[in-house]
Design a protein around this ligand. Structure first.
Ligand code: ADP
Length: 192
């Protein structure tokens, strides 16, 4: 199963991906996690990305595509994948299509987790306290939500127009949301 998870920051993509990965036995590829690992390791790429991420802006498409190509060249993605945090703009959506085509692959579904803005802000405030992520400051959260509306929301329309979008209600307990996703991707599979 090849899945792309879409949704605003704080919509629960990472949390659900962790569960889906066990369920589907495929790797979870989080571009945010890949970037944070580069920052933590102090690589040149990490040094470039650090400030951009702390502000809540998008790291360059070029860096992201390079990282993704590298990740997809690893054997474990043959079984499938759950992509979380990519694509975040239309250029990245086109780049993903191209990358998968070059690998002779196609994803099965783009799943959008829908959570209203008020709840997103509440969740991110909670996460800021619990995890202390550099980009969970109020200014950065606000900025990330703007970037999402401006750059990432069009990606959802793009997949909708291509008939690849599955919309899932992301409000509820972790178990409830997980069950909805599993149901949605199974239904999508049956319809083809
Ligand atoms: P969240 O979804 O909570 O914003 P992520 O962990 O997905 O968190 O991403 C954190 C940050 O990493 C983003 O705000 C951005 O700076 C950078 N990032 C992650 N994925 C991408 C991407 N596909 N393109 C550009 N920047 C990205």
């Amino acid at each position: 199963m090849r899945l792309v998870l879409l949704g605003a920051p704080g919509s629960g993509k990472g949390t659900q991906a962790t569960r889906l990965k066990e369920h589907l036995q495929v790797p979870h590829i989080s571009t945010g996690d890949l970037l944070r690992a580069e920052v933590a390791a102090g690589t040149p790429l990490g040094l470039q990305a650090k400030e951009v991420m702390a502000r809540g802006d998008l790291v360059s498409d070029e860096i992201l595509l390079g990282m993704l190509k590298e990740r997809f060249s690893r054997e474990d993605t043959q079984a499938g994948f759950i992509l979380d945090g990519y694509p975040r703009n239309l250029a990245q959506a086109a780049a993903l299509d191209e990358l998968l085509a070059s690998l002779g692959q196609k994803f099965d579904a783009a799943v959008q987790l829908v959570v209203d803005n008020e709840q997103i802000i509440e969740r991110l405030a909670g996460r800021a306290k619990a995890e202390g992520r550099a980009d969970d400051t109020p200014e950065s959260v606000r900025h990330r939500l703007n970037v999402y509306d401006e750059k990432t929301a069009p990606v959802i329309d793009f997949y909708r127009q291509h008939g690849q979008l599955t919309v899932v209600d992301g409000v509820g307990s972790l178990d409830e949301v997980f069950a909805r996703i599993v149901e949605a991707i199974q239904a999508g599979h049956e319809v083809g």
